[in-house]
Design a protein around this ligand. Structure first.
Ligand code: AMP
Length: 223
């Protein structure tokens, strides 16, 4: 068993889950006039669901909650408040996953208060029913055992977070080369990625001062 239960999501799965959600909405007989993507995780699914339901209006709302892969922030909040009037409209909030459900709760509250739609429903690709405080009206998959969904739209960001996590927890190793670090992925996350991502993640971590590059080795700068 890897230390962090991780599922590497493919674009095909995203496509299939977006169709499942769209089909469920169609089958329910309800139609949204406008879709609100929770940024940033809801962007891609919201755009796909817009297309599959032929909805022309797409708004987005940034709710910050998870600062880096698999590590939760202390406080969630709306980054840029919405100033839109959704009176006489049926609105659908779309996010990738309901995990704690906090982002959706915050988004719902914000949209009800600021935009006053006639109706407001929620759709996600995944609903972690054992941890979420809210059940989406529509979802493609119910998840009972917590998993970090490594969606294609957070691939590099997650790998950067994964590197930081490995290096921060395996303190006895001060300097790493790419192969050793990447070689930890199966044990830590149960998945691996293209070398391109590892290289990009390492150069990003050098640019932020997390690592210093010495030849082929990356030395962690202690903070
Ligand atoms: P939540 O805890 O439901 O407020 O999640 C907020 C956002 O964090 C989600 O929309 C995702 O973008 C991200 N997130 C939270 N939990 C997970 C998870 N288990 N897998 C992947 N992304 C997640």
């Amino acid at each position: 068993m890897p230390k962090v239960n991780t599922k590497k999501v493919s674009w095909e799965e995203v496509e299939s889950w977006s169709r499942i959600v769209s089909d469920k909405i169609l089958e329910s007989g309800w139609r949204p006039d406008v879709i609100i993507a929770i940024s940033r995780g809801g962007y891609v699914p919201a755009r796909l669901i817009c297309d599959r339901l032929v909805v022309g209006e797409l708004v987005s709302l940034q709710v910050s909650h998870w600062p880096s892969a698999a590590q939760i922030a202390k406080e969630a909040g709306v980054k840029y408040p919405l100033e839109c009037d959704l009176n006489h409209k049926r609105a659908l909030i779309v996010d990738d996953i309901a995990d704690t459900g906090e982002s959706i709760i915050i988004a719902k509250d914000h949209i009800w208060t600021k935009c006053k739609p006639d109706e407001l429903r929620v759709a996600t690709l995944q609903w972690i029913s054992t941890s979420s405080k809210i059940k989406p009206d529509y979802y493609a998959e119910e998840v009972k055992e917590w998993v970090w969904y490594q969606y294609p739209w957070t691939r590099l960001e997650d790998i950067i977070g994964f590197f930081k996590r490995i290096v921060s927890e395996e303190k006895e190793n001060e300097s790493w080369d790419l192969e050793t670090l990447a070689g930890r992925f199966p044990e830590w996350f149960g998945v691996t990625f293209d070398r391109w991502y590892y290289e990009r993640a390492l150069s990003y971590l050098v640019s932020t001062g997390f690592f210093v590059k010495e030849g082929d080795m990356y030395r962690r700068v202690s903070k």
